[in-house]
Design a binder for this molecule. Structure first.
Ligand code: SAM
Length: 286
């Protein structure tokens, strides 16, 4: 029926990435954004919020491995984890693979994203009914401002800094994140593209530096995001992401991964020179 249907992600105002669509599985508009799930020809099912690609079945493992296992293997005993955003469920799915984790609270603002993924993308949403995952449909900004809980790790798995995600890139939010992290807590956040959005990286790192003693950026290869090279920020009250990483714990965990591994963990903090130059004075990467 949709024999010549393509979906095009328009990124900023000068780039478009096109994917052949076999079938539209879901299209809706919530109070926050448009939500679409399509079956693509080359990348499996794809979730788009406001026309921007969130996940595809083909490469979601790279993003979810790296946003999750880097902090969870640096922290020696992560028990209580908070995910902000992440409505597709892929991050929470990876978090609870760690047997030390007793509870993973996920605060996603848009119930439509969760419902659409539960119905159409079980690959990412398959763990959302696990008893260790506590799903809250609500604003992550409000949640961190009000919670009395202390978290070992907070993962900010957000969209770009537009709409309801904008405050997730601001100082007030990170001050609250700092306050609800345990004394040795770690926060990892979706850190945008060094190719196309270094200005956002700079402003996010300025915010992190204002709140945390040290901040780092690490990168990974993402097949379907513009530019391919994507990043996460890492900030902690205590831990260095490489010096405090014990590679033996990865082996001992008996977990297997399609992207993450112990050598890549450390290597992901080695940045291309243009990134080091652009973020000079803002990151503590060696
Ligand atoms: N991997 C994705 C990426 O980088 O494009 C992010 C995936 S996840 C689907 C992002 C989620 O963050 C969205 O579903 C969005 O609704 C949610 N979000 C945006 N702002 C939020 C907020 N203030 N509180 C909680 N969730 C929020």
């Amino acid at each position: 029926m949709h024999s010549n249907l393509w979906v095009e992600e328009k990124f900023q105002d000068f780039l478009g990435l096109k994917f052949k669509v076999e079938k539209v599985l879901f299209s809706g508009k919530s109070e926050f954004q448009t939500v679409d799930v399509v079956e693509t020809k080359g990348h499996g099912k794809m979730l788009l919020n406001d026309g921007l690609i969130m996940v595809t079945e083909r490469d979601e493992f790279a993003y979810h491995d790296m946003i999750t296992h880097v902090p969870l293997f640096v922290h020696p005993n992560p028990k209580n984890v908070l995910v902000i955003g992440g409505g597709d469920g892929g991050t929470a799915r990876e978090v609870i693979r760690h047997t030390s984790v007793e509870k993973c609270t996920m605060v996603e603002i848009d119930g439509m994203v969760v419902d659409a993924c539960k119905e159409h993308i079980p690959q990412t949403s398959c763990a959302l009914d696990d008893p260790r995952i506590k799903l809250i449909i609500g604003d992550g900004v409000k949640f961190v401002a009000e919670t009395q809980e202390k978290f070992d790790i907070i993962i900010v798995d957000s969209t770009d800094p537009i709409g309801p995600a904008q405050p997730l890139f601001g100082e007030a939010f990170y001050q609250d994140v700092f306050n609800c992290l345990a004394d040795d807590g770690i926060v990892v956040s979706q850190g945008e593209s060094s190719w196309y959005a270094m200005d956002i990286q700079q402003s996010l790192l300025k915010v992190l530096n204002a709140v945390f003693p040290k901040s780092y950026l690490y990168s990974f290869s993402n097949l379907t995001y513009p530019g391919g090279l994507w990043s996460f920020t890492f900030a902690s009250k205590q831990y260095h992401p490489v010096d405090n990483f014990n590679a033996n714990r990865v082996l001992a965990s008996n977990l297997t991964f399609d992207y993450y591994n112990a050598a890549l963990h450390s290597a992901s903090f080695a940045l291309p020179s243009f990134v080091k130059k652009g973020l000079a004075g803002l990151i503590d990467n060696d």
